[in-house]
Design a protein around this ligand. Structure first.
Ligand code: HEC
Ligand code: HEC
Ligand code: HEC
Ligand code: HEC
Ligand code: HEC
Ligand code: HEC
Ligand code: HEC
Length: 250
């Protein structure tokens, strides 16, 4: 290598290292600004003078400043709009003995896209460990654990929005209780629970008398309804364990 060439080589190296320093500084700058940006996001936003307020409202008021604003158009006019006054009027029971207000409110909220994420949007477990509606003091609470309450969330969502039998019943104004005989079920319904409304095998086999073969009248008598009719998942035809019938189970 000649002297001239050597000098050129050194010159090139210098330029290269300068370039690296330049690149490093850019990277450092980017890093600094992204960290600064993150801090900004968690703290004070542009145009905001103070830190975000802590949530002070709980229960319905967290989302509805005025409950009268979400009443159906044809609702009779109400003087007071606090929750206890709604419940006072809405404490009636339907023919199955079920209170209707919880069904109306649960269905309305769990069927909207931005449904409340959990039961704790509207309920609380009070200092005595009782599950109750936030903001309603004069009613007896339910003695139940937090984890069991939270287990119900996906079932509420399914009941309000699915393509399964739970939703078909919700559309007919049927709550959890007529099927389960409990607000916090940990067992599948028995046949008796279904038959309080669906009467008897004789009755339903009459409804499907034109179906071939009749799923309710076969060499299997008294098969539990839920062997075929699932409620929070797709139903399936038990008979197909041995046969191959062209039947769709609702
Ligand atoms: C986490 C937010 C949230 C909470 C808490 C909440 N709601 Fe709602 N609510 C909504 C949204 C969203 C809608 C649908 C949009 C709308 O109509 O404003 C709605 C709609 C309604 C409707 C209209 C239903 C219909 O069929 O049109 C009523 C009535 C209602 N809420 C009552 C209540 C009551 C009573 C409470 C407390 C027990 C409550 N909400 C708590 C978010 C909430
Ligand atoms: C003076 C009695 C009274 C008060 C107070 C009252 N309601 Fe009603 N509400 C009724 C009646 C009556 C109906 C219509 C009958 C029905 O459909 O059950 C009704 C219907 C509704 C419905 C529609 C029900 C459906 O089937 O879709 C909603 C939602 C409702 N009320 C929410 C509220 C809320 C929230 C409050 C409190 C701000 C409230 N109501 C206060 C008497 C009342
Ligand atoms: C948008 C508000 C809202 C949400 C969210 C909500 N509830 Fe409710 N819930 C109500 C209202 C309103 C009632 C009616 C209370 C009444 O009539 O006294 C009720 C009543 C009930 C009752 C009957 C209470 C009793 O005294 O027997 C149970 C059980 C219940 N809710 C369970 C749940 C569970 C479990 C979740 C979550 C998966 C949930 N709720 C989510 C508003 C809500
Ligand atoms: C509180 C009453 C009630 C209870 C309890 C009940 N059902 Fe129903 N069920 C109904 C009503 C009402 C319909 C709608 C009937 C109609 O459309 O003519 C229905 C519809 C059905 C359908 C037909 C759905 C369709 O899409 O054609 C099946 C299947 C069914 N129920 C099975 C069951 C099973 C299984 C149980 C028990 C786990 C049960 N039901 C509990 C009232 C009830
Ligand atoms: C072996 C599976 C199986 C069992 C067990 C079963 N079903 Fe069904 N069920 C079916 C099938 C399949 C259909 C749909 C028939 C058709 O194609 O219309 C049906 C339809 C129904 C319908 C709708 C009838 C209509 O109006 O068309 C009801 C309601 C019903 N079943 C209730 C029950 C109840 C209640 C029980 C328990 C006492 C029960 N089923 C047990 C398979 C079953
Ligand atoms: C049409 C009747 C029906 C309705 C309505 C219904 N369920 Fe169910 N539920 C069933 C059946 C049947 C099973 C058994 C598993 C299945 O079929 O998906 C079940 C299973 C469950 C289980 C699991 C129980 C276990 O074995 O540990 C829970 C929890 C539950 N339901 C909660 C609910 C809640 C909460 C509601 C109301 C939001 C509801 N269900 C409405 C029929 C129903
Ligand atoms: C454990 C296996 C098994 C299950 C599950 C089963 N079957 Fe069968 N089924 C049989 C056998 C075995 C025969 C007799 C076949 C023969 O003699 O040719 C039969 C025969 C039949 C026949 C024909 C009877 C005749 O006289 O030709 C019908 C219809 C039938 N089953 C309907 C059903 C229905 C509906 C269900 C669901 C409720 C069902 N089976 C569930 C095993 C089963």
């Amino acid at each position: 290598m000649g002297k001239e060439e050597k000098e050129k080589e050194e010159e090139r190296e210098k330029v290269m290292s300068n370039r690296y320093i330049f690149l490093y500084s850019i990277l450092l700058c980017l890093l600094f600004y992204s960290i600064a940006g993150c801090i900004k996001k968690q703290g004070i936003l542009p145009g905001q003078e103070t830190l975000p307020k802590k949530k002070t409202q709980t229960g319905c008021a967290e989302c509805h400043e005025r409950l009268t604003e979400v009443l159906p158009e044809k609702h009779i006019s109400v003087a007071q709009e606090n929750l206890p006054s709604c419940i006072e009027c809405h404490s009636g029971k339907d023919s199955s003995g079920d209170v209707t207000f919880d069904r109306i409110i649960h269905l309305a909220h769990y069927s909207i896209e931005d449904s409340p994420e959990s039961c704790w949007s509207c309920h609380e477990i009070d200092s005595k460990g009782l599950f109750r509606l936030t903001g309603v003091e004069n009613k007896k609470g339910v003695d139940i654990e937090k984890e069991i309450v939270e287990k119900m969330n996906p079932y509420f969502l399914s009941w309000a929005t699915s393509d399964y039998l739970d939703n078909k019943h919700a559309e007919k104004n049927i709550n959890c209780r007529p099927c389960h005989d409990s607000s916090f079920p940990d067992w599948a319904p028995t046949m008796d629970e279904c038959l309080t409304c669906h009467v008897s095998y004789e009755h339903i086999s009459e409804l499907t008398k034109d179906v071939e073969p009749n799923p309710h009248l076969s060499h299997y008598i008294d098969l539990r309804c839920t062997v075929c009719h699932k409620s929070h998942e797709a139903s399936k035809l038990y008979c197909d364990k041995c046969h191959k019938f062209d039947l769709k189970v609702p």
